[in-house]
Design a binder for this molecule. Structure first.
Ligand code: OSB
Ligand code: MG
Length: 369
């Protein structure tokens, strides 16, 4: 297979409701979309999950764009890509830039699946015919507002609720949610807001029967998480710290986590995500699919990835209507009354890309051939 053309489109897409974490309040996404052509009428789509500022990771939209345009797109158009698995080694000499790499790598997977008339999830080796879904709820103005949002999501059928916490807004939030919902599958994501000095507070969270605490300590740390996991009963789930299968192995071997949040973009693509899934499954570590406020193309890739056998816990993959007034794919992603998504049966990502809508949202576009 040859990639004859790479089209990059930067779109601006306003969120229906601002999303606030310990790091940032996001009101509008700046997303780079990748469209590949094989010169034989085939196309493949990918979405770069880099954010508007380098807060969650070093990568952001304005570093991903030149990485894609000047480095990765020229590499892929010059290469002979025998299989989507080989893109990982093609890009291996380039350090970092995982989100940019994943945008192209995932588009190659979509293209390959379409060329074989297979759903992407089947090509990836997925087995689940239905994936369990949770929601990630940002920090809100008050506990009452947070409880109203949780009420809505629980009524919609979502199987677990993740809330964001930060110093000063942790125990009280969790206490409020727990007293209203004693049996709710509940977890908290700190996005690196704590240090080992906060040990007394993190120990207190053991009283609330959380499914897990996500990324309490530094974004690039594994060792302190291992020390923390020895001290607390709540399972630690790592997000930011796991950038590769090697990181996942180190974290598992050191006891730094009992659960891993896999984000295809954070680890450089589907092949690396799959390696982490396999490793975790063989070591008895549960995984789930994280989210990065993706538009439809990224969301479709997350759905496909979530069908792999090791993805046993509800992920942060939820309905398009929670994010956008109109998605960039058709049909929009919907969730059943029991909080599940059924992976589509069409070829590739299995959704139609709304090219006119993308053209309307476009801020800049460039083609590399
Ligand atoms: O830490 O999981 C995270 C969104 C952007 C960046 C980081 C994270 C998140 C989320 C939202 O929690 C998940 C989603 O709904 O896409
Ligand atoms: Mg997280």
């Amino acid at each position: 297979m040859r990639i004859t053309r790479v089209e990059l489109t930067h779109i601006r897409l306003p969120l229906l409701i601002p999303f606030e974490t310990s790091l940032v309040r996001t009101t509008e996404r700046e997303i780079i979309l990748v469209r590949l052509e094989d010169g034989e009428g085939g196309e493949g789509w990918g979405e770069c999950v880099a954010e508007e500022r380098p807060l969650y990771s070093e990568e952001w939209t304005e570093t991903a764009w030149p990485a894609l345009e000047q480095i990765l797109a020229p590499m892929i158009v010059r290469a002979d890509v025998d299989a989507p698995e080989s893109v990982r080694s093609l890009f291996a000499p380039i350090r970092g830039n995982r989100m940019a790499k994943a945008a192209i790598e995932s588009a190659v997977w979509d293209l390959a699946a379409r060329r074989q008339s297979l759903p992407l999830w089947r090509l990836l080796g997925g087995t689940h015919r239905e994936i369990p879904c949770g929601v990630s709820i940002g920090l809100k103005g008050s506990n009452e507002e947070l409880l109203r949002v949780i009420e809505r999501e629980v009524t919609a059928g979502y199987q677990r609720i993740k809330i964001k916490i930060k110093p000063g807004r942790d125990v009280d939030l969790i206490e409020a949610v727990r007293s209203r919902y004693p049996n709710l599958p509940l977890m908290a994501d700190a996005n690196s807001a704590y240090t080992l000095n906060d040990l007394p507070l993190l120990k207190q969270l053991d009283d609330y029967d959380l499914m897990m605490i996500e990324q309490p300590l530094a974004h690039d740390d594994i060792a302190d998480h291992a020390r923390l996991q020895e001290e607390i009963g709540t399972p630690i789930c790592l997000d930011e710290s796991i950038r590769s299968a090697a990181d996942a192995r180190h974290a598992i071997e050191l006891g730094a986590c009992r659960i891993i949040n896999i984000k295809m973009g954070r680890v450089g693509g589907h092949a690396e995500a799959r390696s982490i899934e396999t490793l975790a499954r063989t070591r008895g570590v549960q995984v789930w699919c994280g989210g990065m406020l993706e538009a439809g193309i990224g969301r479709a890739h997350n759905i496909a990835l979530s069908t792999l056998p090791g993805f046993t816990l509800p992920g942060d993959v939820s309905a398009s209507a929670r994010y956008w007034d109109e998605d960039i794919i058709e049909p929009a992603v919907t969730v059943s009354a029991t909080g599940t998504i059924v992976p589509p049966s069409g070829p590739g990502i299995g959704f139609d890309v709304k090219r006119e809508r993308i053209a309307k949202l476009a801020v800049r576009t460039v083609a590399i051939q």
